[in-house]
Every structure is written in C-alpha cells, then in structure tokens.
Design a protein around this ligand. Structure first.
Ligand SMILES: Nc1ncnc2c1ncn2[C@@H]1O[C@H](COP(=O)(O)OP(=O)(O)OP(=O)(O)O)[C@@H](O)[C@H]1O
Length: 256
C-alpha cells in the first residue's frame, strides 16, 4: 500500500521537529529514514502510527488519511515496532505476538488455529520460538525486540513502521531481521542509524537534517560523499562489497 506525506509538519510544544515533509513511498518499497540524532526520524514515524498528530499536512495510506481513519482500521493495516514499546511485560513472548492478531478479530472472536499458525510462523521467522513461552520481562533487549517484530509480522499489515528495529540486535540478527523485512514485499518505513544496513536493504533512502528532507532517492543517489559530509558530518564513501558486490558504507572522521 502506498504511503504519502503531504506537507507534514509535526513537533512538540511550539517547536516543529519535522518541517513540511512531502514524500511518496510506493507500495512494496522499503524506505530507510536516516539522519543524525534529533533530526526528526522518530517524530516523522509517529505521525504514521498515530502517536503524534501532524500540526500541518496529511499522512495517507493508499487514499485514506491515517488521522481520519477508524482506529481499528489503522491497527489492522499498520504494523509498528516503535521505540520503548515496553508495555505488557507480564505477557509471554507468544502472548505478546498473539496481540498482533487481535485487530483482525471481531469483539467476541477467539484466535483460531489459523491465527495460531500465523503467530507460530512469526515467532519462527524472527528466531523467537526458543523463548516463546518466557515472560517478556525476562528477555534480553534483542530478544524482546525480535518478539516485537514478530508481533508486527503476525499482524500481516499492509505497512510496517519500524523505529530503529536493529538497535538491540547482534550482527546476525540485524542481517536476518532486515533481510526478512525486505523479503515481505509490503511497504516498509524504517528509521535506521546503520547506513551500511540502509544501503544494503532499503530500496530508497530519505535523509533528514533538522527535521527536513536533505536528500531522498535510491541508495546510490542519497549515500554520496556530499550527503555524508553535509548531513552526517563525516567523510564517507560507498564501495562494492568484495564478496557479494552489494554496497558497503565506509565512514571516517571529517578531514580538516
Ligand atoms: N516528547 C518530546 N518532547 C519535546 N521534544 C521532543 C520530544 N521527542 C523528541 N523531541 C525533540 O524533537 C526533535 C526530533 O526528535 P526525534 O526523536 O524525532 O529525532 P530522531 O531523529 O529520531 O533522533 P535519534 O536518532 O536520537 O533517535 C529533537 O530535537 C528532540 O529533542
């Protein structure tokens, strides 16, 4: 499903943290939102999953204004892995993932065998089945993050919104999580700090600087020495990986 930001500004109190963002993400694209700390990545994502109402502009999923849609419809269509989604620590991992099915159920429905199969598959694909029956409160940060990703997958959403989905993950799980997400074929918008991962898995990259889009487009057009310098204040270049030829981002302290 297509995601459109049309002149979106959002922020906290008087100061806008995101200014006049206009962007169309085509169905099936995986867009990485990158930028330095405080550049507005989380704020922009919050306007999509209805955690922060835009002060100006419209966010549309397909043709529907996300902020005018029914809560239940958005819950069914938009899967979220947010920052600090701490709630529900008494749940086991499996119970937390089951929550992903609830937007699809009627008020008096119970999970069916088909729902349980979706839950089991989401746990399996995120490598979370080994700790599926442990309480979330006993899991490590990375294990919990994989459960939250499994919950978003179990929702079978049209759009996935991921706020730093890899920040707690070890290298193998960073790769497997992004490879999994990119293989789903659904629209994904993900805030990522690791430019190397963005370069390898995203179909397009949006670089934010001080709440505005500084560059947007395919990875090779956005991850340029000029953008590394102006947006991230580092020197950098993209080189082909010696083994698989895919892009590798090399960063260095800014010279002079
Ligand atoms: N709840 C809040 N109240 C007030 N200001 C906030 C709040 N959350 C974020 N901000 C401010 O809004 C701006 C954008 O923050 P945001 O969290 O969107 O940045 P980010 O790009 O996701 O950063 P990071 O890379 O550090 O996660 C920052 O200046 C931040 O200090």
């Amino acid at each position: 499903m297509k995601l459109v930001f049309d002149g979106v500004s959002a922020g906290y109190a008087e100061v806008p943290a995101v200014h006049d963002v206009t962007l169309t993400i085509a169905a099936g694209e995986f867009v990485a939102v990158v930028g330095p700390n405080g550049s507005g990545k989380s704020t922009l994502l919050k306007t999509v999953y209805r955690a922060l109402r835009p002060k100006m502009g419209v966010v549309r999923l397909g043709d529907d204004d996300i902020w005018a849609a029914r809560h239940r419809d958005v819950a069914r269509r938009v899967g979220v892995l947010g920052q600090d989604q701490a709630g529900g620590y008494d749940f086991t991992a499996r119970e937390a993932v089951r929550l992903g099915r609830y937007p699809h159920l009627g008020a008096f429905d119970r999970l069916t065998a088909a729902d349980e199969a979706v839950v089991a598959e989401a746990l399996r694909r995120t490598g979370a089945e080994v700790f599926a029956d442990r309480p979330l409160s006993t899991l490590s940060g990375g294990e919990r993050q994989r459960v939250l990703l499994a919950r978003a997958l179990a929702q079978q959403p049209e759009l996935l919104v991921l706020d730093e989905p890899t920040n707690h993950l070890d290298p193998a799980h960073q790769i497997s999580a992004l490879s999994l997400v990119s293989s789903l074929g659904i629209t994904v918008i993900a805030a990522l700090h690791t430019l190397d991962l963005a370069a390898r898995y995203a179909t397009a990259i949006v670089a934010l600087k001080a709440g505005a889009i500084a560059a947007a487009g395919p990875p090779e057009e956005v991850l340029t020495p000029a953008v590394f310098r102006e947006v991230f204040e580092v020197d950098g270049q993209v080189v082909p990986d010696p083994v698989d030829g895919r892009p590798r981002v090399l960063l260095r302290e800014l010279a002079g």
